[in-house]
Design a protein around this ligand. Structure first.
Ligand code: XMP
Length: 319
C-alpha cells in the first residue's frame, strides 16, 4: 500500500541497503525537498550523513540561523554551514543583467559546494532532493531556471571529477507526497508548507545590481509582509508572496522632514502550477496595514507599491 508510513519505511530500507556503512553528503538549502531528504536520511543512516548548507547572503530574514537551529541543533544532524555572503556580493558587484546574475550565483554556488565537499573525506554518495517532476522536466528542455544544484549534478549524471554516486530517495514522488513525508518525519508544518523560494534567492528580487545593503533592507520588509500574511490568515490562501527591492528613490515626508528613499513592491499570486498565475486580490485593509508598517519601521523605505500583474504576460518573479 502506498501510504506515507510505507513510503518512509521502504525508503529507509532501500537507502540502508544501497549505502551500507558509506558516508553520504547532501546539499541542504532549507527548501522542502532537500529538508525532507535530510530528515529521511538522518533517520535511515544517522551520522553517516553530512549536509552542506551554502548561506550566500541572499536568503530570507534569519533563514540561515533557522536552518541551523532546525537541523543541527534540534535534529542533531551534521551540517556544515558555508558563510559565503561576502564572496557572493563581490561576484555580483556591478552586474545588472538578470540572467547573468543567475549564472554568477549558480557558478559561485557550485564552486563553494564543491570546495566544501572536497573537504569531506571518504564520501561515496551524494544525496539529492530530486522529485518526480524534476525527472520529467530534465527529460525535456531545460529553462535555465532550474534549481542550481539540481541542474548541475542532476539526473544527467555527476561531473567527471566527482567520484560519488547519486542517491535520490524522492525521485518517484510528487510535491504533495514529499510534504506529507516531511510532516510524518517530524519537520514543522510551516517549513514543509512554506511558499517556494527561487534558488538565486533575493538575487532576483533585488532589481539590477545586488548589494548587501539592499538585501538587508529587503529582508526586513519581506519579513513584515510575510508575518502579516500569516497573522491575517492569508498566507495559505496565496501560492507565493514576497517583496521586491526597487533601486529607485522616491520622495516622502516624515513629520516635518523630507525623506528620499527606496521603494519596495509587494507581490502575491494564486496559482496551481506556477506556469500561469493570477495576482492575489489581497484586502485593501491588509495592504494599508503592511505598507504602514514597512514605511514606519524601515528607515530606508519611503514607498510601497502592490504588483497587479498576472502571468502571463508578467512572470511571477520580477527578474
Ligand atoms: P517565474 O518568475 O518564471 O517563476 O514566473 C515561476 C516559479 O519559478 C520560480 N523561479 C525560480 N526558481 N530558480 C529557481 O529555483 C530560478 O532562477 C527561478 N526563477 C523563478 C519562481 O519563484 C516561481 O515559483
Amino acid at each position: 500500500l502506498w501510504t506515507t508510513a510505507n513510503i518512509i519505511d521502504d525508503s529507509i530500507a532501500r537507502v540502508r541497503e544501497q549505502v551500507g556503512t558509506d558516508q553520504v553528503m547532501l546539499g541542504l538549502s532549507g527548501g522542502v525537498d532537500s529538508s525532507v531528504v535530510a530528515a529521511l536520511l538522518h533517520k535511515a543512516i544517522g551520522d553517516q550523513l553530512t549536509c552542506v548548507f551554502v548561506d550566500h547572503g541572499l536568503l530570507r530574514y534569519k533563514e540561515g540561523d533557522q536552518v541551523m537551529a532546525m537541523f543541527a541543533e534540534n535534529m542533531g544532524i551534521k551540517v556544515i554551514r558555508a558563510d559565503v555572503e561576502d564572496r557572493f556580493m563581490e561576484a555580483l558587484a556591478g552586474e545588472t543583467d538578470p540572467e547573468k546574475k543567475r549564472k554568477i550565483i549558480g557558478h559561485e554556488f557550485i564552486e563553494v559546494f564543491d570546495a566544501e565537499s572536497a573537504k569531506l573525506k571518504g564520501v561515496k554518495w551524494l544525496a539529492q532532493g530530486t522529485i518526480y517532476p524534476d525527472v520529467i522536466e530534465s527529460a525535456g528542455s531545460k529553462t535555465g531556471k532550474a534549481k542550481v544544484i539540481k541542474s548541475h549534478h542532476n539526473v544527467g549524471g555527476l561531473p567527471e571529477d566527482m567520484e560519488m554516486s547519486l542517491i535520490e530517495p524522492l525521485r518517484e514522488l510528487f510535491k504533495d507526497e514529499v510534504r506529507k513525508l516531511g510532516v510524518a518525519l517530524g519537520l514543522p508544518y510551516n517549513m514543509v508548507y512554506r511558499h517556494p523560494f527561487p534558488g538565486p534567492g533575493l538575487g532576483v528580487r533585488i532589481l539590477g545590481e545586488v548589494k548587501k545593503e539592499y538585501a538587508d533592507i529587503l529582508r526586513l520588509a519581506d519579513n513584515i509582509y510575510i508575518e502579516e500574511l500569516v497573522k491575517w490568515d492569508l498566507y495559505e490562501k496565496t501560492s507565493q508572496a514576497f517583496t521586491v527591492f526597487l533601486p529607485v528613490k522616491s520622495v516622502g515626508v516624515v513629520g516635518d522632514a523630507r525623506r528620499y528613499d527606496y521603494v519596495v513592491a509587494l507581490r502575491a499570486v494564486e496559482t496551481i502550477d506556477f506556469m500561469t498565475a493570477r495576482w492575489a486580490h489581497l484586502p485593501y485593509d491588509f495592504l494599508e496595514h503592511v505598507s504602514g508598517r514597512i514605511i514606519n519601521e524601515i528607515p530606508r523605505i519611503s514607498r510601497v507599491v502592490y504588483d497587479v500583474s498576472s502571468k502571463p504576460p508578467a512572470t511571477i518573479e520580477w527578474e
